[in-house]
Design a protein around this ligand. Structure first.
Ligand code: ADP
Ligand code: MG
Length: 364
């Protein structure tokens, strides 16, 4: 959908912002351009809709060289969202969202319907339609910016640090909403950020740039975290690379260990034997309904005549399911004296345990 072939941008003052860039963004893909300030991300983005013109190479959008397409026509197919939002202060929210429909001559009724629809889609209360931008919170204004860019349903969206101006909590929510929305609308998106964690969260693929618009690595977040191409990428990823990888791997991807499982009517003796086989001093107690009753130290079960059901069971406060991340599993391990995370299915039936050894083997 978007193809850079040896694209260059040297400004009239001699600054080379982008050097010989090769990059492809597939249809329906979110490509995040990330890198330190001044490395050429905004320049790269703005060449896509010809707000900045390349000085070398070839840049095609949907098969057409951008230099051969009339800029207004090119931009109608490309929504553009920026950090400073750029809402018109003297126009209402509804009028702001309707900017492009008005430009392309939609009638009032169609425009109004589209504005209403978009406000619902992006989670804006209908009550704010007639307000002015300064009467909204930062997070609401950012949503309006996204709605405006989506108004005529362009196949491509360019987003330049779109969530940079809001606080971390609102930012996390906007990111989540963006991902949900994208799973419905399936736009081709080039998304700029300087925040590697945002890039990892949002990108199908991440393009890591260094100064001068040099593309250091372009790959999926998981591949980049697993194998940084060079020292620049490694240092840009920062510490805790292992934790970041864990956050990207779902529990479903690793096989749970059966664990030291006993039934409530098993004997103390049996529990001790099961624990010994698994090298633990505790057992998981699972009922006939396959639900986890809790866990107990085997020496808490009492004398050899007692059953496990007589013991005082402690809960696994945090349990994980297939769709949770291995990072969530690690968190559950940290929270339990047993040091393991219990995995359950959608009906909270026991599936097994995850151990630190399993996580560490996965990461290695
Ligand atoms: N109009 C311009 N004229 C000269 N240099 C520019 C111009 N716009 C940007 N630059 C320079 O190009 C480089 C890349 O800028 P930019 O693409 O905005 O970086 P980023 O978005 O990654 O922070 C910077 O060194 C910047 O100063
Ligand atoms: Mg920028």
């Amino acid at each position: 959908m978007i193809v850079f072939e040896s694209v260059n941008k040297t400004f009239p003052d001699g600054t080379t912002a982008v050097a010989s860039l090769d990059l492809e963004v597939g249809e329906g893909e979110v490509a995040v351009l990330v890198g330190p300030s001044g490395c050429g991300k905004t320049t790269t983005l703005r060449m896509i809709n010809r707000m900045i013109e390349p000085t070398g190479g070839r840049l095609t959008v949907n098969g057409r060289d951008v230099m051969s397409v009339d800029p207004p026509e090119l931009r109608r197919g490309i929504g553009y969202v920026i950090q400073q939002i750029g809402l018109f202060p003297h126009r209402t929210i509804a009028e702001n969202i309707a900017t492009v429909p008005a430009l392309v001559g939609w009638d009032k009724r169609r425009t109004r319907e589209r504005v209403d629809e978009l406000m619902t889609t992006i989670g804006l209360d209908a009550g704010v339609a007639d307000r002015y931008p300064h009467q909204l919170s930062g997070g609401q204004r950012q949503r309006v910016g996204v709605a405006r860019a989506l108004a005529v349903d362009p196949p491509i969206m360019l987003m330049d640090e779109p969530f940079g101006a809001v606080d971390p909590i609102v930012r996390a929510r906007l990111q989540d909403e963006f991902l949900r929305l994208q799973s419905e609308v399936n736009k081709t998106i080039a998304f700029v950020t300087h925040d590697i964690d945002e890039a990892i969260k949002m990108g199908d693929r991440i393009a890591i740039f260094s100064q001068g618009g040099h593309l250091e690595q372009y790959d999926t977040p998981a591949n980049i975290l697993a194998e940084p191409a060079n020292e620049f990428v490694e240092s840009f990823l920062g510490g805790e690379r292992g934790l970041k990888r864990l956050a990207l791997i779902p529990v479903a991807e690793i096989e749970a260990d059966p664990g030291p499982v006993v039934a409530p009517d098993d004997s103390a003796e049996h529990a001790a034997r099961v624990a010994a086989e698994h090298g633990t001093d505790w057992v998981v107690v699972v009922g006939p309904d396959r639900r986890v009753r809790g866990w107990t130290f085997v020496d808490g079960v009492g004398d050899a005549r007692g059953t496990v059901g007589d013991a005082e069971l402690r809960p696994f406060a945090l349990q994980v399911a297939a769709g949770d991340s291995l990072r969530a599993a690690l968190n559950a391990m940290m929270a339990s004296r047993t040091g393991v995370a219990v995995r359950v299915d959608g009906d909270r039936r026991y599936e097994g345990i995850l151990t630190q050894e399993l996580l560490s083997r996965t990461i290695r």
